[in-house]
Design a protein. Structure first.
Ligand SMILES: C[S@@+](CC[C@H](N)C(=O)[O-])C[C@H]1O[C@@H](n2cnc3c(N)ncnc32)[C@H](O)[C@@H]1O
Length: 197
């Protein structure tokens, strides 16, 4: 985490604390954990709320080709920074809530995974649910996975919401040395019996 990135983050947080949801970029351990399960062979990848690009760099390091990585960032300053840092990726300065209304980003080839740094817990519930619903209905393959971190003590989608969305959740682990400590969950379409979290 560089001083420049911390400053960028702090400025963005001062502009809109609830949209940014953190005062500093995520650390390397959280980046490794949230991208651990992403297999570039399963299709293109969408990242939501990349900020300064900590997860983006780790996804590229894991072998996701830049042209098969779409970055969805609502903050225009972060979007500009991402365009400069990762010119071969597709950076879209937009609200992730619109993904459920837009055409699939990679055409007929749906994404194999979505990695999200969105502050789901600080959004209105309707909006958070619409984002997740939109990903599964418009952007992800049938067996595609959604990877989300949270600073909260439990799954960011409670059992009733998981059931409403037809999803199951798996706790992938925690990055206790992250500031603040964070946990990662993986969501996929429910196949048989749902798991209670
Ligand atoms: C907690 S920060 C995470 C940044 C980065 N992934 C990290 O871990 O360092 C949340 C990010 O989500 C972005 N964001 C918040 N709401 C958004 C939305 N509705 N659509 C797209 N990006 C959003 C913020 O601008 C910010 O970059």
């Amino acid at each position: 985490m560089t001083f420049t990135d911390t400053l960028l983050f702090l400025r963005a947080w001062l502009r809109d604390p609830s949209m940014i949801g953190a005062v500093a970029p995520s650390g390397a351990a959280l980046a490794r954990l949230i991208t651990r399960d992403v297999d570039p062979r399963n299709g293109p990848v969408i990242e939501l709320g990349p900020g300064t690009g900590v997860f983006t760099q780790t996804l590229l390091d894991r072998g996701v080709p830049a042209h098969r990585l779409a970055l969805i960032e609502a903050d225009p300053t972060f979007a500009n920074t991402l365009t400069q840092r990762f010119p071969a990726t597709r950076v879209l300065n937009m609200d992730a809530a619109h993904l459920g209304l837009s055409e699939p980003l990679f055409g007929s080839e749906r994404a194999g995974a979505v990695v999200s740094g969105l502050p789901l817990l600080s959004m209105p519930r309707d909006k958070a649910l619409a984002i997740v619903e939109g990903l599964f209905s418009r952007q992800l393959r049938k067996d595609g996975t959604f990877h989300q971190f949270t600073y909260g003590p439990r799954c960011p989608l409670p059992p009733d919401e998981l059931s409403e969305l037809g999803l199951e959740a798996t706790h992938m682990g925690s990055a206790l040395l992250n500031l603040p400590p964070a946990s990662v969950y993986r969501f996929r379409r429910r196949t048989s019996i749902s798991m209670a979290i």
